[in-house]
Every structure is written in structure tokens, then in C-alpha cells.
Design a protein around this ligand. Structure first.
Ligand SMILES: [Zn+2]
Length: 319
């Protein structure tokens, strides 16, 4: 109580945090993209970071990922991202690399993965990778990504996930791919309940997802919230993302508080920080200033971020 804006902002920045839902491709700031493509003006680049609604966001995101031409660009993206994470006291990150997008661009995956892995090796942030498939590209595509992840289970890849259009790539399709990935020692996550309803979250749980990307539509389903609570399945919440893409009409309507109060395990994340003009500290700050999270509650969210990591890592309590 009585905490002013300045102190909340400093508190959020200093709080040791883990990022569990962060797309490398969506973290590329316009300035970094300009380093990759000096022929483009910053103004032109920035115009692709301004968009309306989910389709607009996907177009902007698509434009950005097409600028990542190969291992050098991916490595630069990783270096710049990790510099920023270090600056806001992120200690641990599971970074999503869209292997699905790499395949779609018909680029060779191995050199790109080796480059980002090497770029992350020198960072103070502990980094693990999640390889992500595009679900509406279908089962065969998704299986290829799961195989790329399985080949790297002893080489920095901790999990496998699916993103993309929930309606055009329902989770049921991927039951066998998820079983394969689990058998190979990968942990499992899935985007669900972002644009589609609670049934999409249930379907993701059904195929074995251990965390749910977004999952905000669970807020309309008390039984599902109870299930997530009982099974300790966390939702990877990204407030700014949901508002920017329009899946949440207005900031004040975001169900983060309702989900938290219902006891659903939550972790705050940025999703695509450059595309959504945010940082992880900023997401914590929004929870405080717009949804009344106290410093104790913010600390609990930070503790959750370590607790629900796919690797054993503990919250640095002393800080
Ligand atoms: Zn995401």
C-alpha cells in the first residue's frame, strides 16, 4: 500500500524472474532488425510493429521472421535478447524457437540451432530451448519439429510445443506426436485457450500438455480452473500480448486477477516482447498497477516462474 509508481517499477525490475513463454522471433527489436538489414529504415521497420488485431499481428510477425535469413541473424537476435534479460534480472529463460517457421522458410535447422545455442552460452541467464511447431500446418509438419527437438534433448532443448491457429489445428491431432516427444524425454507445453475456448485447453491437457500457453479462456470455466489448480498445471500468462492481439478486448477485462484469486497457478511472461512493446518487468508492473497485485503477490508470481520451469531451478529467496 502507498507504494508509488517509481518504487513498483524498480521492485519489478529487481525481482529475480524466470521467463517461460518467450518467442525468440518476437523478441527482435526494430533496432536489431536494422542491424540485420541496414538497407531498411527504422521507420519502415517500425511500421510492421504497429498493427490491428490478431491477423495484423500475424502479418507483422511473419514480416519479421522472414528477415531472419540464417544462423547469423538468429544468433544476433539471441544475443540482443539475452542482454535485455540480464538487464532486468531475468535469471532463467526457456526460449521458444519456432523450428516450424525455420522449416516453413526452407532453411536448414541445425546451423540455426547451433548458432543460438552458442550465442546463449556466454550469458548470465540460464537458457533452455523449447522447439515449437505450427499446429495448422498439420501432423506431419509437427512430427518433424518433435523429431528435431528429440535429437537435441541432451543438447539444450527442454520441451516441445505447438502454436498457431488452435481452430485450424486442434490438439487431438497431435496425440501421437506428444506421446512420441514425451517418450524421448521432452517436456510438453501447448498454446491453448488464447483465441479458442476452454475446450481447446481441455484438449491440450488430454494430449499431455504440462503447461498451457495463455489459457485465459479458462476463466469462464470454473471446473476447468479447479482442474488446473488440482493438477498444478500453470497458465503462461501474457497480459500485453492478449490486449495487443485483441483476444482480450480491453486491458481491464483481462482475467489475470480472477484466475489468480481462483488459485490457478500462473506465471507472467512477455510472449513476443518486441511485437507487444513490453518487457517482463513491465508485465509484473501491469499486474501491480492495473490489477492490484501486492509486492507479496508479485513475489509469489516470480516464485511460480521458477517453480514451473521445466528444469529444476529455485527462486533466489535471499534477494
Ligand atoms: Zn506464444
Amino acid at each position: 500500500m502507498g507504494e508509488n509508481h517509481q518504487s513498483i517499477s524498480a521492485f519489478c525490475r529487481q525481482l529475480p524472474k524466470a521467463e517461460l513463454h518467450l518467442h525468440l522471433e518476437g523478441s527482435v527489436e526494430p533496432e536489431t532488425l536494422r542491424e540485420m538489414a541496414p538497407g531498411l529504415s527504422l521507420e519502415e521497420i517500425r511500421s510492421h510493429y504497429r498493427y490491428e488485431g490478431f491477423e495484423g499481428f500475424l502479418n507483422g510477425f511473419g514480416w519479421v521472421v522472414r528477415r531472419l535469413r540464417g544462423p547469423g541473424d538468429y544468433a544476433l537476435a539471441a544475443r540482443r535478447l539475452l542482454e535485455r534479460l540480464e538487464g532486468e534480472n531475468v535469471r532463467y529463460a526457456e526460449i521458444i524457437l519456432s523450428a516450424g517457421v525455420v522449416l516453413w522458410k526452407q532453411q536448414e535447422f541445425a546451423p540455426i540451432y547451433d548458432a543460438v545455442r552458442e550465442a546463449a552460452a556466454g550469458s548470465r541467464v540460464e537458457v533452455w530451448w523449447i522447439l515449437d511447431a505450427i499446429r495448422h500446418f498439420g501432423v506431419e509438419h509437427t512430427r518433424k519439429v518433435a523429431e528435431l527437438a528429440a535429437e537435441r534433448v541432451d543438447d539444450g532443448v527442454v520441451a516441445f510445443g505447438i502454436g498457431g491457429d488452435e481452430a485450424r489445428g486442434p490438439a487431438e491431432w497431435f496425440k501421437e506426436v506428444y506421446a512420441f516427444a514425451r517418450g524421448e524425454g521432452l517436456r510438453l507445453t501447448a498454446h491453448a485457450g488464447e483465441a479458442a475456448g476452454p475446450e481447446s485447453i481441455r484438449a491440450a491437457l488430454e494430449i499431455g500438455a504440462e503447461r498451457i500457453g495463455h489459457g485465459i479462456r479458462a476463466a469462464g470455466d470454473p471446473d476447468l480452473m479447479q482442474l488446473l489448480k488440482e493438477r498444478e498445471i500453470p497458465l503462461e500468462i501474457s497480459i500485453s500480448s492478449n490486449v495487443a492481439t485483441g483476444v482480450c478486448g480491453r486491458l481491464e477485462e483481462h482475467p489475470v486477477r480472477r484466475l489468480f484469486d481462483a488459485g490457478v497457478p500462473l506465471v507472467l511472461n512477455t510472449d513476443d516482447p518486441a511485437m507487444f512493446h513490453t518487457t517482463l518487468s513491465r508485465e509484473y508492473e501491469i499486474a501491480a498497477t492495473c490489477f492490484g497485485f501486492t509486492q507479496d503477490e508479485l513475489r509469489q508470481l516470480a516464485r511460480n516462474s521458477f517453480r514451473h520451469a521445466f528444469r529444476p531451478v529455485s527462486f533466489p529467496e535471499a534477494q
